[in-house]
Design a binder for this molecule. Structure first.
Ligand code: G16
Length: 540
């Protein structure tokens, strides 16, 4: 690797000075015009990471997911399709903040030396991007840095985030007993559909499903899947809406999973008809929210908590029917945003353990790995179910004692293929929900009636300096600014069954405040009061 070649390439991709860049919850995410140099430098980190891991392929995804169309972002995917190892986030931050091209290369070489990376060894990186036009230029910055570091590079062009995670794992497991699937986008659709047919085991989906794709990459990709789907075999009738990717400015605009979750209402266009089953994906198709308009009570949302409880109850029932419930530990992972009623339902009704982690799927994913079957979902609809190698082996090798046991074991096996094992995947999760509703013969109302959510409110608060807000206890409490938590606690005490917390967003320049309470007006009032406190403590 030649120092001068890297410096020359870096000079074509300057960092915007006077800013501090941080590898956050979802990598680097900001206004797209600040990202050229950042993406080049992320390429340098990926070039090191692949060599540190003996040339295994590393993924780089260019997306700003639920954020506005003018933003973009870049994040790194590790070989098994999980998020970049935490220790390396700090290296990414240091590389990106190097003040000059020369210091950048100094740090790059020093890092290789400290981590005992042989820069002459081969490396491989693959990339994908969402439909944002800025992604095209950012991919060029990435390609330049991989060329300068003599790293093999594969550009998979437009993909959903979970598809890039899938491909990364497929490449690194090809030819091994853990081979994850065919290394292509078509391979992804075929794997999902084949598992969907198997998981249904002859049950039929009833009623149509309308999918709001946030005018993002999920639209064209869902259409690709549907081209290959045989509705005669499953009964699933899908209507795709908000799938216009030709007008980039309407991405996530008044539609998509983040809009539905935060506004607690359906997208204004097109208007759902009462009784219909709807769901929304987000801008890069890794989040999923279901909803319907109850003809009597109006809009009703089934968010990540509801998907988690649905999946956990179905899988726990299946493992009992399969006679393996005492062999496998099932757990549910949530964050502080989980509705208190869902946690209570999981612990008391489903009798399953719940673990609370900080926001960010990397934290939930990690905690889920400590169970044989780990169901993890953030309330915003981002999540999946992880099956350990022991669990998968058990489904395949347990000798069934009855046709009912065989049925349950086969469905569990199919679920392990249907559910994306690398990261939350809205398209895969949607097929999972459809399978469960078909097996349970449930309408949206049946699903909604399992428990009653505590009314809640999420508020975004712009502050002078969000970094002043430091949390503890899985983000349920603020340790800094000193005094802020005491004031929040004082307010919470004034309401029935109330809970509230504040934290700095890892993807936006703002703080988030969550509040829940016994009634809608109390939840709204508490959220607004805590927002005022956060604003006061947030600096100028
Ligand atoms: C990303 C992360 C999620 C997180 C969300 C919001 O989602 O992957 O784990 O919940 O951001 O994070 P924050 O509240 O820190 O801004 P996405 O879908 O935007 O990539």
């Amino acid at each position: 690797m030649d120092r001068d070649t890297i410096i020359a390439a870096s000079k074509k991709h300057n960092i915007v000075p006077g800013r501090v860049y941080k590898y956050g919850t979802a990598g680097f995410r900001m206004s797209a015009d600040l990202l050229d140099g950042v993406t080049f430098r992320v390429g340098l980190l990926a070039a090191l990471r692949t060599r540190k891991l003996n040339g295994q392929a590393i993924g780089v995804m260019i997306t700003a997911s639920h954020n506005p169309a003018v933003d973009n972002g870049v994040k790194i995917v590790d070989p098994m399709g999980d998020m970049l190892e935490q220790e390396w986030e700090a290296y990414a931050t240091n590389l990106v903040n190097a003040p000059s091209h020369e210091e950048l290369v100094e740090y790059f070489i020093k890092l290789a030396d400290t981590l005992k990376i042989d820069l002459a060894s081969p490396g491989k990186v693959i990339a994908g991007r969402d439909t944002r036009p800025s992604g095209i230029t950012l991919v060029t910055a990435l390609a330049d840095s991989l060329a300068a570091t003599k790293t093999t590079y594969g550009d998979y062009k437009i993909l959903t985030t979970p598809q890039l995670h899938y491909l990364t794992r497929c490449i690194n497991t090809a030819g091994t007993p853990g081979a994850y699937g065919e290394i292509s986008e078509v391979g992804y659709y075929n794997k999902l559909l084949e598992a969907f047919y198997r998981a249904l085991r002859g049950r039929r989906v009833s009623g149509s499903l309308t999918v709001d794709c946030a005018n993002g990459v999920g639209g064209p990709k869902l259409n690709e899947l549907l081209k290959r789907h045989d509705p005669q075999r499953t009964g699933l009738q899908v209507k795709v809406v908000n799938d216009d990717v030709l007008r980039p400015e309407i991405l996530n605009l008044d539609c998509g999973a983040d809009f539905v979750k935060t506004r607690q209402r359906a997208p204004p266009n097109p208007k759902p008809t009462p009784g219909d089953r709807w769901c929304s994906l987000d801008g890069d198709a890794d989040r999923l929210i279901y909803y319907w308009i109850d003809p009597e009570k109006g809009f009703f949302m089934l968010d990540g908590d509801r998907i988690a409880t649905l999946a956990a109850s179905f899988i726990a029932d299946l493992s009992r029917s399969a006679g393996i419930s005492n062999q496998l530990r099932i757990g549910v992972i949530q964050t502080a945003y989980a509705n208190g009623a869902s946690t209570k339902y999981i612990e008391q009704h489903l009798q399953l353990p719940v673990v609370c982690t900080p926001t960010g799927v990397k934290h939930l994913h990690h905690a889920a790995c400590s169970f044989d079957i780990g169901v993890y979902f953030e309330a915003n609809g981002h999540g999946t179910v992880l099956f350990s190698p022991t669990a998968i082996q058990t489904f395949k090798t347990k000798a069934p004692q009855s046709p009912a046991q065989k049925d349950a074991l086969d469905i569990l096996s199919a679920l392990a293929d249907l559910i994306n094992q690398t990261v939350g995947d809205a398209i895969s999760d949607m097929l999972l929900v459809e399978v469960i509703l078909a097996h349970k013969v449930w309408t949206m109302k049946d699903w909604a009636l399992r428990y009653q959510d505590l009314p809640n409110r999420l508020v975004r608060v712009e502050v002078g300096n969000k970094d002043l807000f430091q949390t503890t206890d899985a983000e349920r409490k603020l340790s800094h600014p000193i005094g802020c938590q005491d004031e929040i606690d004082k307010e919470v005490k004034k309401y029935t069954n109330a809970r509230s917390f504040a934290r700095a967003s890892g993807t936006e320049n703002a703080c988030r405040v969550y509040a829940e309470a016994a009634t809608r007006s109390e939840a709204d009032e508490l959220a607004n009061k805590v927002a005022v406190i956060v604003k006061q403590y947030g600096g100028i």
